[in-house]
Design a protein around this ligand. Structure first.
Ligand SMILES: Nc1nc2c(c(=O)[nH]1)N[C@H]1C(S)=C(S)[C@@H](COP(=O)(O)OP(=O)(O)OC[C@H]3O[C@@H](n4cnc5c(N)ncnc54)[C@H](O)[C@@H]3O)O[C@H]1N2
Ligand code: MOO
Length: 642
């Protein structure tokens, strides 16, 4: 089978315009159906609704008290009360009761003085219809309640039921068929256990949930293998049932990427390739019956961009509905974001409010990492005509999480430690949860983040050989002007993470120069890297003598994964990372891992919570059970060595 090379890429806007011009005759494709009112939430009325009954259907007391004839009460005032007699002049009544025949006002019980069982005195007149909800006050039978095209809200259900409308005629839901494809993808409904080369299918569920948010009806079928004839058969069958068909994966240039050919068998391909990343190989086409067909890339993030930025606007347009823009806020970029000219780029970011302004921390760009979308609280779009943004630039950022979560998020930037995950969990278990967003850029990066007010606190473990002190000499150099405090999180064991059973018998740093040992390093600026270089220097070992010295990872866990998978034989890291992956650990040094905080923020409630948690007995116990941690100083303010 020949490969699809997609050369005619168009912008997202052009792609939408192109397909719309061909679908024009197919707008408002939805038929209608009659459904019970209580099932009609967020459905769109296909014809106007008129009230069956009035509400109230009778004159009703609006307060607890007595029903009166208003003209009997005229003249009553303080010092000149009117006396009323039961049954003749007044009748006791409760809120919601029908007003007795002939009565036209209600006096609240608080304004009534009982002289005896049957006689009351009032000192204020009642005006006609005082405290009475008259027939039809809310709804008058036969009046128009909602026009056609109205989308039914939870309140509207109350209005419809009160007006005696128990069934409504609504537009049918737009049905979207979803066909996941690929020999390697496993149907998640079967709870599969993936082997090498296999992937649990998840994109169809992401799309199904998005479709529910957009008031559509998803119709998903189990994954179909990379078999052209079978793909045509399955997609054709599903196409008959739905208004729109989405085919997942197989969109790019691989030898088994059949989506374009399948779309050609069903109709015509209109767009293949958009000037956007992720999402580049997206396809748009039209079936012979005139239905929209979308080919979504297989990478999860690329698929989401295709769903949200191509499919979503087309769904709303086909239904003849207005589409709201995504909610955005302005954020200050904490890192530069270079971008390729001619491509619109979508960048996932974490957002936090630091020092009264929102900051955004870019996450990795890989389109295969669905977790980046789960971790992200914002999304930045870099225009095709832009080469990106500089650090510190204010950028419009789409919010992906509830505003409250973003407002309350604490940002920690710096060196990575597994205790931050423990802290994250503890903060979320508080009565008023605090969200912790952590970015791992090494200790030096953390210090700079505090200097620039990009983070609430930074994790740092920088050893200074000259003073044999931790962190203070670096703080003095990088933020000499700033008033900060250094709070200890833990003393932790750094050492060599090696495979289970230590098959290469690695014992000391001297073993790193052996021919049969491959090392995995941490990135420049990481405290662990500085520690390594310090000891190598002491032992007079040159980096060039170590295989793998140039291979860098950003976290202890990533180093441990390299050892677990055999990519490397060892790496320098913390014991907790080795223990988490059931690897062996050769302890080398104890080091101090601190949190750097601006003094002025020390009393902020969320920072106080952090300090309370890390000083607590439960946190200490949980941390110590991870292995390699000593929490005797945790929560204490550190002082420089004299
Ligand atoms: N030579 C080229 N290769 C690729 C190009 C290119 O331009 N030239 N484009 C790349 C880009 S960009 C993307 S995006 C991907 C899109 O790939 P496909 O749509 O063909 O998808 P697959 O290759 O079948 O799968 C990619 C990846 O995603 C996983 N996958 C697939 N379906 C699902 C699903 N339903 N749920 C979860 N994960 C899924 C699949 O296993 C693969 O790992 O192509 C690049 N290649
Ligand atoms: O553009 Mo692909 O869509 O990066 O992942």
């Amino acid at each position: 089978m020949e490969r699809n090379i997609y050369l005619n890429m168009v912008s997202i806007e052009e792609a939408i315009k192109k397909i719309k011009s061909l679908l024009l005759g197919k707008k408002n494709i939805l038929g209608s159906e009659v459904i019970p009112t209580d099932k009609a939430l967020y459905r769109v009325l296909s014809r106007p609704v008129f009230a069956c009954y009035s509400s109230p259907t009778f004159h009703a007391a609006a307060m607890d008290g007595i029903a009166v004839h208003s003209n009997d009460t005229f003249g009553a005032r303080e010092g000149n009360p009117k006396i009323l007699i039961r049954d003749r002049d007044f009748i006791e009544i409760n809120t919601g009761n029908p007003l007795p025949e002939g009565f036209d006002a209600v006096i609240m019980i608080e304004d009534v003085v009982f002289l005896d069982e049957n006689t009351v005195s009032i000192e204020k007149p009642a005006f006609p219809w005082q405290h009475v909800r008259r027939i039809g006050e809310d709804i008058v039978a036969t009046e128009l309640i909602f026009p056609a095209g109205h989308k039914i809200s939870p309140y509207d259900l109350g209005t419809l039921l009160s007006a005696g409308i128990f069934e409504v005629e609504v537009r049918e839901k737009l049905k979207v068929g979803i066909v996941p494809t690929g020999d390697e993808v496993l149907d998640f409904t079967l709870k599969p256990n993936p082997k090498a080369g296999e992937v649990i299918e998840s994109n169809s569920q992401v799309l199904a949930s998005l479709l529910e948010d957009w008031d559509c009806e998803p119709v998903r079928i189990p994954p179909v293998g990379d078999d052209f004839d079978l793909l045509v058969k399955k997609t054709q069958a599903l196409l008959e049932e739905v208004h729109i068909l989405v085919i997942g994966a197989g969109s790019s240039a691989g030898s088994k990427d059949f989506t374009k050919k399948v779309m050609q068998a069903l109709g015509e391909v209109v767009v293949h390739g958009i000037k956007a990343m992720p999402g580049k190989p997206s396809l748009l086409g039209i079936s012979r019956e005139g239905k929209l067909i979308v080919g979504a890339p297989g990478y999860p993030v690329s698929a989401v961009i295709c769903f949200e930025y191509l499919l979503r606007p087309l769904i709303y347009w086909l239904r003849g509905e207005n589409l709201d823009d995504f909610e955005t806020i302005n954020t200050v970029l904490t890192r530069p974001l270079p971008s390729k000219l001619g491509m619109r780029e979508f960048i996932r970011v974490g957002i936090g409010k630091v020092g009264g302004r929102y900051v955004s921390i870019p996450l990795p760009r890989g389109a295969g990492m669905i977790t980046t979308l789960s971790r992200a609280t914002g999304l930045i779009s870099i225009d095709e005509n832009s080469e990106g943004f500089s650090e510190g630039e204010v950028v419009s950022t789409r919010v992906l999480r509830p505003k409250r979560e973003i407002e309350n998020a604490l940002v920690v930037i710096g060196s990575h430690d597994n205790l931050l995950d423990l802290l994250k969990n503890e903060l979320m278990s508080l009565g008023e949860p605090v969200f912790l967003f952590s970015a791992h850029v090494g200790s030096l990066g953390g210090l700079k983040a505090i200097k620039n007010k990009y983070a609430h606190f930074a994790g740092t473990h920088l050893f200074d050989p000259a003073t044999e002190d931790y962190n203070f000499p670096f703080i003095e150099k990088i933020l000499p002007e700033e008033d900060t405090v250094l709070v200890n999180l833990a003393i932790r064991k750094q050492g060599l993470i090696v495979a289970k059973g230590n098959p290469k018998n690695i014992r000391t740093l001297e073993d790193l120069v052996r021919d049969d040992v491959v090392f995995i390093n941490r990135q420049r600026g990481a405290g662990t890297r500085i520690l390594l270089d310090y000891y190598l220097n002491k032992l007079k070992i040159k980096p060039t003598q170590i295989k793998g010295y140039d291979q860098e990872e950003f976290t202890h866990m990533a180093v441990a994964v390299n050892v677990l998978t055999g990519t490397a034989d060892c790496g320098l890291g913390i014991m907790a990372a080795a223990k988490a992956l059931n690897l062996d650990f050769i302890p080398l040094v104890d080091e101090r891992y601190d949190l750097l905080i601006r003094r002025e923020t020390l009393n902020e409630p969320a920072i106080q919570k952090v300090l309370e948690i890390i000083s607590s007995v439960t946190f200490r116990q949980k941390a110590e059970s991870l292995g390699g941690y000593d929490l005797k100083f945790s929560g204490e303010i550190m002082q420089p060595k004299k």
